[in-house]
Design a protein around this ligand. Sequence first.
Ligand code: C2O
Ligand code: CU
Length: 510
Amino acid sequence: PQVREYNFDVKKVTLAPDGFSRRLWTVNGQFPGPPIVTFKNDQVKVKVTNNLGDQVTSIHWHGIRQIGTPWYDGSVGVTGCAIPNGKSLTYDFKTPDGGTYWWHSHHMAQYTDGLYGPFIVHDPDDPYLPYYDEEFTVILTDYHHDEISPNLGILDLPLGGGFREPSPDNGLINGRNNYNCTKAPAGSKCTPNAGYAKFKFERGKRYRLRLINTSAEALIFFSIDNHVLNIIEADGFYIKRQEAHRIPIHAGQRVSVIVVADQVADNFWMRGEIDTVCYFQPPVNLDPKFNAIVHYEGAKENVDPTTKPWTDALEDCMDLDPNTLQPLVLEPVPSPVGTSLTLFNIVHPNEKNQVRFYINNSSYVPDNDNPTINKVYNNYNLSTINPNQNLYTFNKPGEVIQILIQNLIGGEHPFHLHGHNFWVLGIGRNETYKEGVSTLNTRTAIKRDTAVVPSAGWLAIRFVADNPGAWMFHCHIEWHFQVGMVVQFLELPDLLKKLTQPPEARSLCP
Ligand code: C2O
Ligand code: CU
């Protein structure tokens, strides 16, 4: 194992990735942010310095389990405090699992202002290594022209006719796409034909594409004209090779595909498409389709492809069906279940008539200056904790935890668990889970760290209580996160107390 060191200078810079000029929240001035690349079991040290000037910040390493280092998980109010202006924190943790991950700000919706990047963990024992020659990272995202984090008040809207999620203006692949500048508001700066991201293929070679959906909200359909996608990985978990033409990826999820460059030398569209059906109200003025170019060596330069899209129909707003994906290497589903927890999800207005999501009748409000982990170290009486902390405690080491989320409302939610990946036992669409009647896959379930709860339906997952810490479990649609669709699991507090919280992490708290 090696130590990989990075310096992250978090600052705002004005850029025009799609031709439209705006300030972006960046690391080292780059958008998307720089990739972190490690090998399995490496140690990573990332010195993050907050030079935003007027906002605190915190970085989360999405999918990295933080075994023994929960305070570096970056979830403000749960595992630590945010980094004040002008201050630094060196996150110092291991990358125990190979696969495709990402990092992003976990505060004030800053990632929707650009503060994110890929996190790739190479695995020398990756069973698919012999099956590809080269790899590319493909970051798919919805994209906003407005600054979101300074204006979070826009989410305090009444339910009913008034509520609309912030509407994306574009979709980007690796930070690029064209934008129709005639739609830009007067007084803004916009240059047409900003250009597409380009992936260079050599005929006969096999490419692994690591797809990452960094969206604030969008479910994205991904495809490459004339090319078959061989799905091999979902959120760091190897899948038995499965062919597809178009694949759905929800916010926070990652999927690797192997693509064989088996076409004659030409240019081909790589396509992303935002599924606008999933919005509370459809986005205004959005062209949901966005592109990049696959350019074969020897093909004409600087010409747009003329290829046609695959037309396979996909179900709206759902990720890859967990029932059709097979693990490449079976990781037996743990049993028997020790604790079974049902979370009921619903949306309704609060006393100020603002829209809030409630899980088991409580809408999460972060306690930013007194995070849960600190409460544990300070021997705070957790039985007196405010119900708006949505805290569930698991005390028994090795206990199997089963979580069922029952969605009492229409609309889908990609739920992400920190500190773990989990077995996806099943989903149900438009139905109530019924013990003994609804079927759970307890034999060949795949593992992920982000999975979709279907509309008015349910999602059942399992994991083992073996990672002391406090872990967020939340919808990765940033607007839903901001208005309370979050719970936290305090896992093995007694063992957590035996770990030594680094003074550096602790000193960020007031
Ligand atoms: Cu990708 Cu809690 O986050
Ligand atoms: Cu949601």
